[in-house]
Design a protein around this ligand. Structure first.
Ligand code: SF4
Length: 213
């Protein structure tokens, strides 16, 4: 397994350093105005662009400024608003379930607890990690499609399974870099290490990337 090789830690250090230099302003591209709104943006982000999520969530929060109003709304009306994000039926259920948790047992506080967050249908490990990381600064790796692709190409992991990729990253990157390495991977995946036509010639990792050399 790639992450057991001690050289992988060196590779991880080089990767983090090069990406931090290339993307000094790297951050989450979902708006983060408050914890519950970020969580709902996270729910809406499945198989959707962050740009679209930010627009659609803005429409939702303009009409429903608090969790009570979302929890008590007719699901069909919520569905009509969030439809541009796709997966409408499941995301509607998830948004309303989250709002009900917030107005019920969570007493208005988004939990800093991945397992609790994953009790909401539609919130998986990736979104739960995003929430605890962005809201509380709790070290957690968000393995999205960019992160998965980039980490495999570089040689940090050999797996396509997000859970395994997350573990491989956690083994070799320092804990205080876990949140940021997710953002940096997204930046690289969007700009250089694209799925179909990676721009290896210009990539900041070209000198040591496993796929490149
Ligand atoms: S060198 Fe190419 S394959 Fe490697 S990370 Fe950069 S763009 Fe991706």
């Amino acid at each position: 397994m790639a992450a057991k090789d001690p050289k992988i830690k060196t590779l991880a250090n080089m990767t983090y350093s090069a990406l931090s230099t290339a993307f000094p302003d790297s951050s989450c591209s979902l708006y983060n105005d408050c914890p519950q709104n970020l969580a709902i943006r996270g729910i809406l982000s499945a198989q959707c662009t962050d740009k679209r999520v930010n627009i659609t969530a803005g429409d939702l929060f303009a009409k429903y400024p608090d969790m009570e109003s979302i929890a008590n709304e007719d699901p069909e009306i919520i569905a009509g608003i969030i439809k541009p994000c796709g997966l409408t039926a499941s995301k509607t259920k998830s948004v309303i379930a989250f709002a009900k948790k917030m107005t019920g047992e969570w007493n208005g506080i988004v939990p800093n607890d991945v397992e609790l967050l994953m009790e909401v249908p539609g919130i998986g490990k990736k979104i739960a990690n995003l929430i605890v990381g962005e809201v509380y600064g709790t070290p957690a790796v968000v393995v999205d499609t960019h992160c998965k692709r980039v980490m495999k190409r570089i040689g940090i992991t050999e797996s396509d399974d997000p859970a395994k990729v997350e573990k491989d990253i956690m083994k070799v990157f320092p804990e205080d870099s876990w949140i940021r390495i997710g953002h940096l991977s997204v930046d690289l995946g969007r700009s250089y290490c694209t799925a179909r036509s990676p721009k290896c010639e210009e990539c900041p990792l070209a000198s040591f990337c496993k796929r490149r050399i």
